[in-house]
Design a protein around this ligand. Sequence first.
Ligand SMILES: O=P(O)(O)OC[C@H]1O[C@H](O[C@H]2O[C@H](CO)[C@@H](O)[C@H](O)[C@H]2O)[C@H](O)[C@@H](O)[C@@H]1O
Ligand SMILES: Cc1cn([C@@H]2O[C@H](COP(=O)(O)OP(=O)(O)O)[C@@H](O)[C@H]2O)c(=O)[nH]c1=O
Length: 496
Amino acid sequence: MQSVPCRPQRSDFVVVANRLPVVGEPTESGEPSWRRSPGGLVTALEPVLRRAQGVWIGWAGECDRRTAPFSHDGMRVHPVSLSARELASYYEGFSNATVWPLFHDTIVPPTLDRGWWQSYVQVNTRFAEAAALAAAPGATVWVHDYQLLLVPAMLRTLRPDVTIGFFLHIPFPPEELFMQLPWWTEIIDGMLGADLVGFQLPRDAENFRRTAAIRGSAIDPPGADAIGRIHVGGRVAWTGAFPVAVDAAGLTTLATSAAVRGRARRIRAELGQPDTVILSVDRLDYTKGIPERLAALDALYKQGRLIPGRHATVQIVTPSRERIPQYRELRRRIEIEVGHINGAYGALGRPAVHYLHRSVGREELAAFLVATDLMLVTPLRDGMNLVAKEYAACHPDADGALILSEFAGAAAELHGAYLVNPYDTDRLASTVDAVLNDPVAQRSRRMDTMHRQVRRHDVHAWARSYLGVLHRARAGRTVLGVSTRGAALPHAPAGA
Ligand SMILES: O=P(O)(O)OC[C@H]1O[C@H](O[C@H]2O[C@H](CO)[C@@H](O)[C@H](O)[C@H]2O)[C@H](O)[C@@H](O)[C@@H]1O
Ligand SMILES: Cc1cn([C@@H]2O[C@H](COP(=O)(O)OP(=O)(O)O)[C@@H](O)[C@H]2O)c(=O)[nH]c1=O
């Protein structure tokens, strides 16, 4: 894909997220080579930014290097630089070893470190300044996720004329967890700088409103429009739930292409033509419930309910946050468990679990999803989980089945999934068994329901609904005497 330098023009629509959609990797020539960034945030935002022709502000994945704005495959990006120390304290530290575990039910204990917090404030300031520079007068700036919780209020101070949206991709915890953070008031104030604070699920928005009330704001609970309003310093911040989605039509087209169908057939052949292919695809993260799932598979192979050769289980894990000790430890644990299962139940040329530790591209992933009879998505906690929705999008013929954790945000919408408690490994194992023995017609009805759901509520509908409410929140707002009425909002296209 082509990257060309571009002039740092101001834009009517600015996305601000920790990561750019591409990560730079050093090459011998000294110029980085760019590959797609991991994770669902990028998957969701890329098609939205392309349609709106805006600019994306974020970190390019390298340290101690200033990269000028450039255009990558037709998308304009403005890199924000991080030093190696900031990578350790802002990204690996406060973002991913404090906020991430705290907001995911403290699956591992969060670390509280004042130095990390100071670095988080510093880096958030840099992102806010970059957004203030990139935004045209009256622009819409859409800030994303837990790495940038302070940016909305910082940006409001710098640029009171712009409309500020904030969207949290991960769960927002109940107040008794959130208030363990020594800096919880600063974080609430930071988020409340937005005109609209969006969450994946209504319960996240509810948790947030309760905490804002404890902080001292008056709250109007959601009315018929499901939007709550928080009164803060003479203005109103709106809150609501906007479950993130996928480019379902694009994925269905990809999944039904001759190339992907052909590759899916070859994957089944490479697996030894099993009767059943069972697949999981995760970033290597302790929130994803991978050891628990392996424990269920262990039991199934041990009891002969799954048989290597007849049943092929594939686990793809993308490397993630590899310098954080808990992530390294998790990888070790997973690989020991996979080794144990294969050692105990596999045979020559017929492993029980086919384990791939790497990132796979969009087309190859689609082929895996098409080739799969039973998908296991069993996180212990997940804001949404786009892989579950992508699986449904890739099965327009209503074949396949999805076992889904009740603790994934996607469970609120994917009513055709077989829901499980991922901590209950016995029940998870018996659900796998039950689904494989379910009548085809029943599985097909369930898959059809999910496919229709993800086609109806796709990523364009998500952006349209969020930006539509943001537009309403802004209409009539007057800040420091500057009316923003009628300022530019990107047009989310109708009919998607
Ligand atoms: O940037 P990384 O540290 O490599 O992590 C990747 C992304 O992980 C998280 O994704 C979340 O967003 C998804 C889309 O809304 C959602 O489906 C999933 O449940 C979330 O965990 C994280 O929130 C992103 O900021 C990271 O870029
Ligand atoms: C393993 C793998 C994944 N992808 C793509 O990444 C995202 C993952 O999003 P999700 O919401 O499920 O979870 P996180 O954001 O990681 O917490 C999804 O769009 C996958 O298609 C990928 O492209 N390649 C991979 O190897």
